[in-house]
Design a protein around this ligand. Structure first.
Ligand code: ADP
Ligand code: ZN
Ligand code: ZN
Length: 735
C-alpha cells in the first residue's frame, strides 16, 4: 500500500523544526511546496508553509494531525525563494519558520487568502460616458461618481470612490444597474512623474562600468562600483537595468531608505515608468502585498526597496543592485539579524546573475573582497557633470572659544559664503538642544533612570528625553539634588546650533532638518524641496541631510563634531566616521561652483583623519584595513555576538558563562576564541542589565559549523529562560 505523503510545514515562531501533518482528505489543488496551509496547532490553528513532502514521519501515525485547509491554489514561493530563506535561516541561526514568515507580506502571514493582484476598480461604460449631467441633477451622489470617473478613464478603486465621493454600495449598485459603470482592474500605485529629463550620454568611466557588467549578465559575478559622490552611479544603474529588461528579466535594487533617496527614485520613475515598483516600510499591508505579488508574477520588472525587499520573489531575476552598500541600515539589528547586502550576494549566486554593490565609500569588507579579486572593481573616480570634488579642511578647535558650538573660523567662512549668495550646510548628528543639563552648583546631570545614559534636553518640546529608551520627563526648574536654580545645558544639539545661527545671522532664512523638525508626514519632502531651490541659505541637520541629496547651490559644508568617531568604543567607529564625512562632504559643490568642507576637530593630527582629508577615502581605507589585519578584526576574522539582557542584574552573566562553558566543549571549539562575557557598552538600558559574549574565528566555515552545534545547546540551558538572548552573526554594532 502506498502511504499518504506527510506534509512538512514551517510555522512562524521560535521553534527550529518543521512540523509533520497529514494531507487534507480531499484536495482540489496539487500539494506543492511553497503553498500555505492552515493547520491545527495546540488548541488553535496557525498558518504554515509547506516545505516538502516525505513518505514517513518520526511521529507515530495516530498522533499525526491533518491539515485543515490549503490556502493557496498554487505555490506562493518558488523553490529558489525557499532556498534563499533556508540559507539565511541557517547562516544567521534564526528559526526557519520565522524567517519564512518575516519574508512574506503581512497579509499573507495571517493566513488570509491572497487578494487579487490588482484592486478592483470601477470605470464608466460607453453608455456611462455619454450620460448628461442634467439627467442626474436629482441624484447628486450618483452624479459625483460619474464626474469623478469621467476624470479618470483608467478607473478608480472602490475605496477611493467611497472616500472621495461618499459613494455607498447602494449608489454604486444603482449606477451599475443602469449599465453606466463596470468593474475593471487598477494598476498598482506608481505616481505619475513629470516628463523625463533626457538620458545622459555615459562618460567613458560609466560606459566601461556598464560594459563590463553587461558582459556578465546571465552569470553570477559580484561587482564593486566605487564611484565618488556625484560620479553618476544612478545613470550606470539605469543603463544596466535597461540591458536586463531587454533580456526580459527583472532587476532588484536595494536602497538604504526610500525617503532619503528621492533623486534615485525620481530618476528611475522617469526612465522606467510604470515598470518600477517600490517596497518600503511605509506601505500599507495591502500595497506591500500588491507589489510583492506583481513581482512574483513578473508583472513588474524592477523593484526598488529597502532591506527586506531582498526577499521579494522574482522568478526572472537578472540583476541585483545594492546602492550605498556600506550603509548600516542593510543590517537588521533586531530579531532576525540578517544583512541584506550579504544576502544579495548569496541570492545572485543562487540565481546566476551579477550583483553590483555601489558606494562612494565602500565598506572595508567589500574593499578587501575587491582587493583579493573576489569582487570585480569598477571605478568612477570623477564627478560626472564636470563638477570638481570638494576640498576638505580640518579646523583645529582645541584652544579656540566656540560660540554655541561654532568656531570663529567657521563663522567667518559662513559669512563669506552667505555674502556671495551661496548656500551653506551644517551637519551635527545630534538632535535636541543639548545632550544633557547639569547643575552648576553640585554637578548633578540629567541621568536617565532606566539607562546608563543622559537625557537629552529638547527645548522646543520642553522635555528631557532619553534617546535610548524613550523615557521622557519635564525639565526641572531646580536641581533635584541641591535645589539650586542654576541649571545649564551642556554641549550642543541641532536646536542649539539653530539658536546660535539665528543670533549670528538674524536676516538669513534657515532650515533645520532632523527627526524632530520633520516628524509630520510630508515635512521632510517639503523642506528638502525648498532647500534645493536655495530658499534657505542656511541648512542645518543630522544625517538625514547626509544621504543622496543633490543641493546644487551648496558650496560650504561644515561638520561640527567628528571626534567621537575617532575614539569610539566600537572598532568600526573610524570607518563610519570616514563614510559619514565623505557622504556629507559629497553634498558640497555638486554643480558649477566648487565646494569646500570644514571639519571641526580637537584631534587634527589623528593619522586616520589626516589621511582622509589629504589623500581621500581609498588611502584611509587601506590604512584602516591594515590596522584591522594587525588586530585580527573583521574582515580578517569573523564574529558572532551572543547578547543577553534581564531585569535581574546577575542573570545575563550567569547565562553567558554557562553558554561559554558548553561552547568550549563542542568539537571544533579550538577554531574559535571567546571574549567575555562582558557588560554591554551601555550596561543598563530601559531598566535591563545587558551583557554579551563575543566569539571570533579566523575561519568562517569553522565558526559556522561550531555555531550550528552550539545554538541548540544554548536553547536547552535552563538559564536561557531567565534572560532575553539573541545571536548576531557578523554583528555590525556592539551595542
Ligand atoms: P552619484 O549617485 O554617483 O552620487 P548621481 O547619479 O546622482 O551621482 O549623478 C550626479 C549628477 O551627475 C546628476 O545630476 C546626474 O544627472 C549627472 N550625470 C550623471 N551622469 C552624467 C553624464 N554622463 N553626463 C552628464 N551628467 C551626468
Ligand atoms: Zn545641584
Ligand atoms: Zn533611557
Amino acid at each position: 500500500m502506498v502511504s499518504a505523503p506527510i506534509l512538512q510545514i514551517a510555522l512562524p515562531g521560535p521553534l527550529r523544526t518543521l512540523f509533520d501533518y497529514l494531507p487534507p482528505k480531499h484536495h482540489s489543488h496539487p500539494l506543492l511546496p511553497g503553498s500555505r496551509f492552515q493547520v491545527p496547532f495546540g488548541r488553535g490553528s496557525r498558518t504554515g508553509l509547506l516545505i516538502r513532502l516525505t513518505a514517513r514521519s518520526t511521529i507515530p501515525a495516530d498522533r499525526l494531525k491533518r491539515v485543515l485547509e490549503q490556502l493557496d491554489p498554487a505555490p506562493l514561493l518558488q523553490e529558489s525563494d525557499i532556498r534563499l530563506l533556508r540559507w539565511a535561516a541557517d547562516y544567521y541561526q534564526h528559526p526557519f519558520g520565522d524567517v519564512i514568515f518575516l519574508a512574506l507580506p503581512g497579509n499573507l502571514r495571517k493566513g488570509r487568502s491572497p487578494s487579487v493582484s490588482k484592486p478592483v476598480g470601477l470605470r464608466l461604460t460607453t453608455a456611462g460616458q455619454a450620460v448628461n449631467s442634467e439627467t442626474l441633477l436629482r441624484a447628486p451622489k450618483q452624479l459625483a461618481v460619474i464626474q469623478a470617473l469621467a476624470e479618470t478613464p483608467e478607473g478608480m478603486a472602490k475605496s477611493a470612490l467611497s472616500d472621495g465621493c461618499e459613494a455607498s454600495p447602494a449608489v454604486l449598485r444603482r449606477l451599475s444597474d443602469k449599465g453606466w459603470i463596470e468593474t475593471c482592474q487598477i494598476e498598482p500605485v506608481v505616481e505619475s512623474v513629470p516628463p523625463a529629463t533626457p538620458r545622459h550620454k555615459l562618460n567613458p568611466d560609466q560606459q566601461s562600468a556598464v560594459d563590463e557588467t553587461c558582459a556578465h549578465l546571465g552569470r553570477f559575478k559580484p561587482f564593486l562600483l566605487h564611484g565618488v559622490t556625484g560620479s553618476g552611479k544612478t545613470e550606470v544603474y539605469l543603463y544596466l537595468i535597461e540591458a536586463v529588461l531587454a533580456r526580459r528579466q527583472q532587476a532588484l535594487v536595494l536602497v538604504p531608505e526610500i525617503g532619503l533617496t528621492p533623486q534615485l527614485l525620481q530618476r528611475f520613475k522617469e526612465q522606467i515608468g510604470a515598470g518600477v515598483a517600490v517596497l518600503h516600510s511605509g506601505l500599507s499591508d495591502g500595497e506591500r502585498e500588491r507589489v510583492w505579488q506583481a513581482m512574483r508574477r513578473s508583472e513588474k520588472k524592477v523593484v526598488v526597496g529597502t532591506r527586506s525587499a531582498v526577499f521579494t520573489p522574482m522568478p526572472a531575476l537578472g540583476l541585483i543592485i545594492v546602492d550605498e552598500e556600506h550603509d548600516l541600515s542593510y543590517k537588521q539589528q533586531e530579531g532576525f539579524r540578517y544583512s541584506a547586502r550579504d544576502l544579495s550576494l548569496v541570492r545572485a549566486q543562487q540565481c546566476d546573475c551579477p550583483v553590483v554593490l555601489g558606494s562612494a565609500t565602500p565598506s572595508l569588507e567589500s574593499l578587501r573582497n575587491a582587493d583579493e579579486g573576489r569582487y570585480h572593481r569598477l571605478s568612477l573616480p570623477r564627478r560626472a557633470a564636470g563638477a570638481r570634488m570638494p576640498q576638505l579642511r580640518l579646523l583645529d578647535i582645541r584652544s579656540v572659544h566656540l560660540d554655541g558650538g561654532l568656531s570663529p573660523a567657521l563663522l567667518k567662512q559662513l559669512r563669506q559664503t552667505l555674502a556671495t549668495g551661496e548656500q551653506a550646510m551644517l551637519f551635527l548628528n545630534r538632535r535636541g538642544y543639548a545632550p544633557m543639563i547639569t547643575c552648576h552648583a553640585c554637578g548633578w546631570l540629567t541621568d536617565c533612570p532606566r539607562c546608563d545614559a543622559r537625557m537629552t534636553h529638547h527645548r522646543q518640546q520642553q522635555l528631557l528625553w532619553c534617546h535610548h529608551c524613550g523615557h521622557q520627563r519635564q525639565v526641572p526648574a531646580h536641581c533635584p539634588d541641591c535645589g539650586s536654580p542654576d541649571l545649564r545645558p551642556l554641549g550642543q544639539g541641532t536646536e542649539r546650533i539653530e539658536e546660535t545661527l539665528q543670533r549670528r545671522f538674524p536676516e538669513t532664512p534657515l532650515a533645520r532638518i532632523d527627526r524632530d523638525s520633520t516628524s509630520r508626514k510630508g515635512t521632510l519632502e517639503k523642506l528638502l524641496g525648498e532647500a534645493k531651490t536655495g530658499h534657505y541659505p542656511l541648512l542645518l541637520g543630522t544625517q538625514i541631510l547626509a544621504k543622496g541629496h543633490h543641493f546644487p547651490l551648496v558650496t560650504l559644508v561644515a561638520i561640527l563634531d567628528v571626534d567621537h568617531g575617532l575614539f569610539g568604543a566600537d572598532f568600526r567607529a573610524s570607518e563610519r566616521m570616514a563614510q559619514l564625512v565623505l557622504q556629507v562632504a559629497g553634498r558640497a559643490g555638486r554643480a558649477e561652483r566648487p565646494g569646500k568642507v570644514l571639519i571641526q576637530t580637537r584631534h587634527p593630527d589623528h593619522p586616520l583623519m589626516q589621511l582622509l582629508t589629504t589623500k581621500g577615502y581609498t588611502a584611509f581605507a587601506k590604512e584602516a584595513l591594515d590596522e584591522r589585519r594587525m588586530a585580527v578584526l573583521p574582515p580578517y576574522s569573523h564574529q558572532v555576538l551572543l547578547r543577553a539582557e534581564s531585569t535581574k542584574a546577575s542573570d545575563p552573566e550567569t547565562f553567558l558563562t554557562q553558554a561559554m562553558r558548553i561552547g568550549k566543549e563542542i568539537t571544533g571549539a579550538a577554531a574559535v576564541e571567546f571574549w567575555g562575557p562582558v557588560p554591554a557598552p551601555m550596561e543598563r538600558k530601559a531598566g535591563k542589565t545587558r551583557a554579551h559574549l563575543l566569539i571570533q574565528s579566523a575561519q568562517r566555515q569553522a565558526l559556522h559549523h561550531w555555531l550550528v552545534k552550539w545554538v541548540p545547546g544554548i536553547t536547552a540551558l535552563p538559564a536561557s529562560r531567565r534572560v532575553r538572548w539573541s545571536i548576531d552573526v557578523d554583528p555590525q554594532e556592539m551595542l
